[in-house]
Design a protein around this ligand. Structure first.
Ligand code: GAL
Length: 458
């Protein structure tokens, strides 16, 4: 393994290096911890375990970076909805090819990784990283690449076959500082509006007729008046769902060019537009569940499945949950339209795995990343996860009608901008600051303060 970070003769990262890394990462981590303001940590409804500190259970985290442990410790946040099933399907495939590697599963539950940063960053700073961890490619990688904390896997994992098979843009996101450091496994779409067919029919709403974000407010009002269902199955326990809803309202109102200007930091030039999206978000938040502040995204989605809620704005991980629900069929019971005003846009959310330096299990980690980048892994994982593969050569016959339609939409899309809430489009310090803004906004709906927070974050 080659890496260009400071190291001593054993290949170990030097203490000086960790201290430097600690400063940067801790800044992001501390801000990231403010997600829910009460330290409860996550909005994952299925938190049957949480990432431990790795200090002793696997016996391999000695930081030597050189032993060939056959234990592979993975930190991820997929314990909710259909996500755990998708993750396990991928692990099954890996185990078939690598029966000698023992997987030490160490989840940090919480939608959109709301609890993972603190765990991973502390481990990395302590020189005791897991074998691999889940992270968004793109900007989210930069605190690690800035400090040389991820191995260059451009030769060891990314062979010619893999490079050719992957979409070029995804390869670019995996190398934010030049070296390839990540292996993406999926492409989710964020700009979806899912709905329960019979509930919207009862309200006499046809979601395909909703032309723009303002039109969605009218639909929510009608659903509220005409049915007993909660109009919008939204969670506010953790700020990320409101942040992603705001960015989709903005995209639906203003289009991709203005959205890109925001990513580039020009918030002041679009002050009225940013405020307008905040105002509409505040209006939507009148129509969320009474217990929105204490539920997870998948608990909200359960209400849509049960017919107690009409619509939800979520990434298509929500569809992974529908596929796992019995008697809840695509087309008949649920369907989706692009978030109003965003036709032709595939607002993409991507997950990847990386190879932290000072790796406790270099050989097993390399094998896992090789597998994660394979057709077999992506064919097992994505149909269950509700995502499409970033490789272009994965057979699509097992993906079902909904994901086949998403795939067509992706192929025919005019643009695939990265998201803010799911870390690919903005640096982690900005992401953390925005999460704090939306945690407050969820409580006080104060447009002036939120606007100033967004402006200052960028
Ligand atoms: C995203 C992640 C998805 C899904 C979602 C909900 O950030 O990329 O794979 O897990 O959060 O937790």
């Amino acid at each position: 393994m080659s890496h260009d970070s400071p190291s001593d003769e054993t290949g170990r990262l030097t203490r000086r290096h960790y201290v430097a890394g600690a400063g940067t990462l801790a800044t992001v981590g501390i801000a990231g911890c403010s997600d829910d303001g009460n330290g409860s940590g996550d909005d994952g409804g299925a938190d049957d375990g949480s990432a431990d500190d790795g200090s002793g259970d696997d016996g391999s985290g000695d930081g030597s970076g050189g032993d060939a442990s056959s234990e592979l410790e993975i930190i991820h946040w997929w314990t909710a909805g259909g996500e755990e099933d998708a993750y396990n399907a991928m692990l099954d495939g890996f185990r078939e090819e690598n029966p000698d590697v023992e997987i030490v599963d160490n989840p940090a539950p919480g939608g959109a990784g709301s609890a993972i940063d603190a765990v991973v960053q502390n481990r990395v700073i302590d020189g005791n990283p897991p074998s691999t961890f889940q992270i968004w490619p793109g900007q989210a990688l930069t605190p690690y690449t800035n400090e040389g904390l991820l191995e260059d896997i451009g030769d060891s994992v990314w062979d010619d076959d893999m490079r050719e098979a992957y979409l070029d843009d995804v390869v670019d996101l995996s190398s934010p500082a030049g070296d390839l450091v990540a292996v993406p496994i999926n492409i989710h779409r964020l700009n979806n509006l899912f709905f329960n067919v019979s509930v919207v029919e009862e309200a006499d709403i046809d979601p395909t007729d909703i032309d723009d974000p303002q039109g969605l407010l009218g639909a929510l009002e009608t659903i509220d008046a005409e049915t007993d269902a909660t109009p919008l199955a939204h969670q506010t326990q953790s700020p990320w769902s409101s942040l992603q809803l705001w960015e989709n309202i903005f995209l639906g109102q203003q289009g991709v060019d203005d959205y890109q200007s925001i990513l580039d930091g020009d918030v002041e030039g679009l002050e009225d537009e940013v405020r307008s999206a905040l105002e509409l978000l505040a209006d939507y938040l009148d129509y969320v569940p009474e217990d929105a502040g204490s539920i997870s995204w998948d608990q909200g989605n359960d209400e849509l499945i049960n017919g107690n809620a009409a619509v939800i704005h979520q990434g298509d991980w929500a569809a992974g949950q529908y596929e796992g629900a019995s008697g809840f069929e695509f087309g008949e019971d649920w369907d989706m339209v692009p978030f109003p005003g965003t036709d032709g846009v595939y607002h993409s959310v991507i997950d990847s795995f990386v190879f932290p330096t000072n790796n406790p299990s270099p050989e097993a980690t390399e094998r896992f990343l090789n597998y994660a980048g394979s057709v077999d892994a992506q064919e097992r994982f994505n149909p269950i996860k509700g995502s499409i593969p970033p490789r272009t050569d994965v057979p699509m016959d097992e993906f079902g009608d909904f994901l086949s339609r998403q795939f067509d939409d992706f192929q025919n899309s005019n643009s695939q901008p990265p998201t803010i809430a799911h870390g690919t489009g903005v640096a982690p310090a900005i992401h953390s600051a925005l999460e704090e803004v939306f945690a407050n906004f969820n409580g006080n709906l104060d447009v002036d303060t939120a606007y100033e927070g967004i402006r200052d974050a960028f």
